[in-house]
Write a protein that binds this ligand. Structure first.
Ligand SMILES: [Zn+2]
Ligand SMILES: [Zn+2]
Length: 284
């Protein structure tokens, strides 16, 4: 077995939030590569958590642009960046969730790859208080502070945010101060979703990093480029009764994003036909 093309290579990581803690172990273990944080980055200029769930296509675009920032300050072929978005899912404020996107770029081989993970594991929360509200202390502790960070935001989400508060007393003082300065007399306490201040998010990023490294560990059988794997599914599994195509998946297609080589394979579960109930022709 020959070595992986990334073995012994450095891979640039665009982060200012210690995401190397999530990425370095799987990339070392599965590929033998060293994930190195790109120097002199200010990725916060590319957007921060706004408390709204961003559109997935916008996150994909941002994470790819962010990864390529690493090439400005590092002499490497490959770079990684990630973007996340958390908030209430389906307008149910008690059921927050998140979407994490990790982008990988190999500029020499022309590989641009994105892996995603949807999670319900999060402490994401926003709460609004007036100055002097006695419940701030308990609310902040319920958010996991100080193991988990919190932001205090003047007025509404999107306003001036106070970060890196160290003690509950500092948070209470910041709520009182910012609420008094706000037009509506309120301050918002929000969970800090930056990876280094949010252990649950770091755990989710670790899972996604394993998924990405695993994908990159598979080499294209034709050109040897990393990242060969599932790119699409085709539908049309024939009906067990009449043989007409149904909406069920018939083939999975694996492909290479470097040379375009693709192969289709039958369903993993071994099904060769779809149930009669799923057939439009048989139901009409
Ligand atoms: Zn049928
Ligand atoms: Zn290939």
């Amino acid at each position: 077995m020959s070595a992986h093309p990334y073995a012994g290579k450095r891979i640039g990581l665009a982060t200012i939030h210690e995401k190397e803690r999530a990425l370095a172990p799987p990339f070392r273990r599965l590929l033998g590569a060293d994930v190195v944080v790109a120097p002199d980055l200010d990725t916060d200029t590319l957007g921060t958590f706004s408390g709204e769930v961003a559109r997935p296509d916008a996150l994909v675009e941002t994470s790819l642009i962010k990864a390529e920032l690493a090439f400005h300050t590092m002499d490497v072929d490959c770079a990684i960046a990630s973007e996340g978005s958390y908030g209430p899912i389906d307008r149910l404020p008690l059921n927050p969730g998140g979407l994490e996107i990790m982008a990988f770029v190999d500029r020499r081989r022309g590989i641009r790859m994105v892996e995603t993970l949807i999670t319900h594991r999060t402490n994401w929360r926003i709460m609004s208080f007036e100055a002097g509200d006695p419940s701030v202390r308990q609310a902040v502790e319920a958010m996991g502070f100080p193991d988990y960070g919190v932001f205090v935001i003047r007025g509404n989400v999107g306003g001036h945010a106070v970060k890196d508060l160290k003690t509950v007393d500092e948070v209470v003082a910041a709520v009182d101060r910012e609420a008094r300065r706000a037009d509506d007399g309120r301050a918002v306490v929000a969970t800090d979703m930056r990876a280094h201040r949010n252990p649950t998010r770091m755990k989710v990023l670790r899972a996604l990093a394993w998924k990405l490294a695993k994908r990159l560990s598979v080499l294209c059988p034709k050109c040897g480029a990393p990242g060969f794997g599932h790119i699409m599914s085709t539908r049309g599994l024939p009906c067990e009764n009449c043989g007409e195509p149904t909406h069920w998946i018939d083939f999975e297609v694996d492909g290479c994003s470097s040379c375009g080589h693709a192969v289709s394979r039958a369903r993993k579960d071994g099904r060769r036909t779809a149930p009669k109930l799923s057939c439009q022709a048989c139901r009409d």
